[in-house]
Design a protein around this ligand. Sequence first.
Ligand SMILES: NC(=O)c1ccc[n+]([C@@H]2O[C@H](COP(=O)([O-])OP(=O)(O)OC[C@H]3O[C@@H](n4cnc5c(N)ncnc54)[C@H](OP(=O)(O)O)[C@@H]3O)[C@@H](O)[C@H]2O)c1
Length: 231
Amino acid sequence: MTDSVPTRIAVVGGTGPQGRGLGYRLARAGYDVVLGSRDAERATVAAEELSLLADGARITGTSNLAAADSADIVLLAVPYDGHAELVTSLAEAVTGKIVVSCVNPLGFDRFGPFGRTVPAGSAAEEAAGIVGSATVIGAFHHLAAPLLLDPEADLSHEDVLVCGDDITAKERVMALATDVTGGRAVDAGRLRLARQLEPLTAVLLSVNKRYKTRSGLAVTGLAPAIGKVPA
Ligand SMILES: NC(=O)c1ccc[n+]([C@@H]2O[C@H](COP(=O)([O-])OP(=O)(O)OC[C@H]3O[C@@H](n4cnc5c(N)ncnc54)[C@H](OP(=O)(O)O)[C@@H]3O)[C@@H](O)[C@H]2O)c1
């Protein structure tokens, strides 16, 4: 990140493993990170712990609403259950902002993980339908939280697939993704492709269980460095 005033990123649901993992990596890359929670105190405690891990990088904690209200970019890192209510509660705070969704609507039964049917098509489209005043971009669905939180883990071989309908916003999120992993961000297409990206995580979880690993995604046939939406 090269801006003199760091971009402020709110991580809604920032006390969970995925929110903390992305918050940690973003803070390490120089962003001003604010973790959100339904309980501001819980977010403050999580932020203090994460700041230590990130060698004192700027991470604070507050309520989800205050975090979203204060940020330039709002990252949704909450479970799909309760997602619509939460996004509705943030509608005013995210007006005119980029909202990044890594929400995977997954179910689990005795056969393992599976992608749930979402009336709007995907969680990202559901968010876009609720907050028409914001630009919703899907990203970070396939990065495993334990790796994000591991200071020693090299994520540069992971591709972050980014989907959205606004090219400028998508490029901004692709730049964030590159800062998170040190690797490639790939323009995966329109926001509706979140319908494919979100449940794909069920496949990765199934692979993880079968092979006792933390699998990720890498797309073949691309140039080594991709950070822009192709013309
Ligand atoms: N974990 C991963 O490796 C991973 C990888 C890729 C994508 N994702 C996606 O990222 C999202 C977050 O994953 P996670 O594992 O961090 O989830 P999580 O631990 O289950 O939840 C994250 C945070 O969301 C808040 N939350 C829980 N229920 C809520 C509700 N009903 N309404 C509002 N907030 C609620 C909680 O924070 P407070 O109680 O503090 O409010 C919780 O700490 C999920 O959609 C998941 O599919 C996860």
